[in-house]
Design a protein around this ligand. Sequence first.
Ligand code: FAD
Ligand code: EPU
Length: 349
Amino acid sequence: MPRPEVSEHADLAGLSTFRLPARAAQLVVLDQLEQLPELPIRAGAPGDRLILGGGSNTVFLDDWPGQVVLNRLRGVATETLSPDRVRVRVAAGESWHRLVRWCLDQKLYGLENLILIPGLVGAAPMQNIGAYGVELADVLESVTVWDWSRQASAEIPAAECGLAYRDSRFKSSERGRFLITAVAFRLSRTFRPVLGYRSLADALAERPLSDPRPRQLAATIMRLRRRRLPDPARLANAGSFFKNPVVSPDQARSLLCEHPDLPHWRLADGRVKLAAGWMIEQLGWRGHRIGDAGVHEHHALVLVNHGRASAGQLAELIGVLRQSVRTAFGVVLEPEPQLIGWSENEKRG
Ligand code: FAD
Ligand code: EPU
């Protein structure tokens, strides 16, 4: 078995789509499962190790003092469960977008609304990725992990992953405990389009597709995404920079009384999710810059690095936006990507 590639004092800027300058004390490329028990350990503390996939949801505000493990495990396997149901088991280092396209080619359905989300498959359960009315939880069967604390593999059924809006046990309560090695999906041979998301429904109404085919639906979603979200290859960013805040029914009622146009979604438990992008835009921040750290011109929920942004400029911009939204709307914006080097004080806002 080839030993994992290891480098010291490694440059991380090109490994994160926000592209802030940063370094890791050590970088290890993991491309075979058998390498896991043999991985070099630098300091031994679990918090010393950070897993990176495509780096599209990780922003380096500081260097990483320990080891970064770059997940490059590859492979896809399918298993027919019934005439309609197929299990697709995918190694964590596969590209998410390529997986969705491959499923469309195989006529396996369930992932099409999640097309064009950057990053790798292993990160998808971390924040229960979601877009256009579908989230990973709708199709996830199980997650296979390497448990650093036990130095052993385990399979975690979807129901035990703690999946919620942009959250999971991997992202919150058990951060750092597991390396996700593979993800299993339950897909269908029958196409059951999910068309309810507002802007998708509007786009389909513009170009009526009463019975859209899978590829037409995927193409429509790609068009919508390209219209509003910057391509990280051209303009560095990490997608939505804040979660959409979820508030109590009472708080929502008074906010909506004052701001009847505030886009919102009622959740099954009665709470209400508010569109953070709308709030930031209303306060006039679209296009605003602090040095090279800016608010995207077409979508106020997306922060961008115009080229040479520093961690200090980005931290200042985050602070200004959170303070402004808190003062005007009384809600605290929580960053969505993993911010490396962001202090506990700043997290509380
Ligand atoms: P990384 O940034 O590499 O990792 C993210 C987190 O997961 C880190 O905490 C990392 O330590 C951890 N991690 C990664 N891999 C593993 C592993 N194998 N085991 C354990 N931990 C791991 N997200 C959405 O949900 N919906 C969207 O519509 C969406 N649109 C986006 C659009 C743009 C332009 C961009 C830049 C981002 C968007 N995102 C979206 C966010 C991001 O693409 C997703 O969160 C994606 O799943 C991140 O994948 P990654 O491999 O790049 O993750
Ligand atoms: N809006 C504005 N101004 C803006 C941005 C948005 O008024 O500058 C309004 C829109 O007009 C719309 C509402 O806010 O009425 C919601 O906007 P959009 O449909 O663009 O979705 P979002 O809430 O901003 C979320 C996800 C995205 C996901 C889209 C589509 C979060 C944090 N973000 O964005 O995910 O692609 O819905 O489902 O939930 C990501 O996680 O990185 C990401 C891009």
